[in-house]
Design a protein around this ligand. Structure first.
Ligand SMILES: Nc1ncnc2c1ncn2[C@@H]1O[C@H](COP(=O)(O)O)[C@@H](OP(=O)(O)O)[C@H]1O
Ligand SMILES: [Mg+2]
Length: 398
């Protein structure tokens, strides 16, 4: 049909599903690429050079590093530059309390340096770096600006700057997760997985990922043959995408070498692989072991840190992800938002154990979550797992 007036064109492009959130997606993917490179550098320094700064303990005893604060500052700064600080609302994991203590000056300067080093290379991805290095106050401001508490209306970003910090400090898997939520629904998800091995066999924690990592030479560890990828999806597009992580590639042009990804076609539990957290404290291994046995799962569980598990399902490298935390634990939205939409658009199913969608509209926590989280490559596997949970729940100690 002929486009007659400029008004007509404007209305059409606003309702065109391909155009919706186009800028948000591009900026978010670029920000996550920048964050991945930042994390790779800090992890390398921490693990292999021994100078990536301290690993601090938070109030709940979970670790936090220079990378967590630096990614939060960097992503917050990039989003604010792109959309205007007044238009950007972010729910994120870190705050500046620990950084503002009088004995934290070395840590703080290390964060400021890491942020500025990272932003100085952002032009690789077409992001304009700041004209002069950010001052300490600007870095603190970028971190503390991420103080949204989410909710049912409006638009906010959800950021886990380093998900799976325990994996990060152990030289293993971790993820950078950024999602956009609008009126309580996740509309965009971007997941950076800097250590995701292109050889999926290496994903398994029990294979000693760190030893393998140390054997990969720099040149063999990039691009499609090595490790590291960024996954993304837009709600309703029925497509999910993966890009290789590249280091300092000046030819990077959005949507640089993106490939579509799909969940696995396996629906027979005998052939399926399930993944779960490495830490027993985060999800009951004994409950999932019984469950796996009852549905005929034979493969060893793939125990992986962080939202890389969501990536594994979306890429078709595993078929089932289960998380059953101890009673009373409240799941946070930043640990799931990006992964859920990516799996769904790659063709998979994600619900709580009662079959209800995860609810991102109730603030920082996934309120009303029924027992645990089940993500599967297909609905038939998903049904089987839900039935098995019902059958064994009452006899479990969860
Ligand atoms: N007791 C607990 N039960 C369930 N999840 C927990 C937990 N303690 C921490 N977590 C969450 O589990 C995430 C790590 O996931 P996984 O166990 O799959 O690797 C942590 O993210 P962070 O590392 O970003 O803090 C944290 O939010
Ligand atoms: Mg997390």
């Amino acid at each position: 049909m002929e486009k007659k007036s400029s008004n007509w064109v404007a209305i059409e492009s606003e309702s065109d599903p391909d155009e919706r959130y186009a800028k948000e997606l591009e900026v978010a993917v670029k920000a996550v690429h920048v964050a991945c490179l930042l994390c790779q550098k800090v992890q390398e320094d921490l693990i292999f050079n021994g100078d990536g700064g301290d690993v601090q303990a938070k109030d709940d005893n979970s670790p936090v590093t220079v990378a967590d604060w630096s990614v939060q500052a960097t992503v917050s700064w990039i989003l604010s530059q792109a959309f205007g600080a007044q238009n950007v609302s972010i729910v994120a994991e870190e705050d500046i309390e620990a950084l503002s203590k009088s004995n934290a000056t070395t840590l703080l300067s290390s964060v400021v340096k890491t942020v500025n080093d990272s932003l100085s290379t952002a032009s690789t991805f077409g992001i304009q770096p700041p004209p002069t290095p950010l001052e300490t106050a600007q870095v603190l401001e970028a971190i503390s600006r991420c103080n949204s508490t989410g909710g049912p209306t409006g638009r906010f970003w959800v950021l886990d700057p380093v998900d799976g910090t325990l994996g990060f400090v152990r030289g293993d898997q971790y993820a950078i997760a950024l999602a956009l939520v609008e009126n309580g629904e996740v509309v965009l998800g971007v997941l950076g997985c800097p250590n995701y091995p292109m050889n999926k066999e290496w994903l398994n924690y029990q294979n000693g990922y760190r030893r393998i990592l140390s054997r990969l030479s720099k040149s063999s560890s990039e691009g499609w043959d090595g490790k590291g990828c960024v996954l993304y999806a837009k709600r309703g597009s029925k497509k999910a995408w993966m890009q290789p992580l590249v280091n300092g590639d000046e030819g990077w042009v959005w949507p640089n070498s993106a490939r579509p990804i799909k969940v696995s076609a396996i629906d027979n539990p005998v052939l399926a692989t399930f993944c779960e957290p490495v830490e027993k404290a985060n999800s009951s291994h004994s409950f999932t072991q019984g469950l796996a046995h009852s549905v005929g799962l034979r493969n060893q569980p793939l125990r992986v840190y962080s939202m890389v598990k969501y990536a594994a399902i979306a890429r078709g490298d595993a078929e089932i992800f289960m998380k059953f935390a101890r009673a009373g634990y409240k799941e946070k939205i930043w640990d799931h938002a990006a992964g859920v939409v990516i799996i769904q658009e790659a063709g998979g199913v994600v619900t709580d154990a009662g079959g209800r969608p995860l609810d991102f509209s109730k603030g920082v926590y996934l309120q009303g979550l029924d027992r645990g989280i089940i993500a599967c490559a297909g609905s038939s596997l998903h049904e089987k797992i839900m039935r098995a949970v019902d059958a064994s729940w009452n006899s479990s100690s969860l």
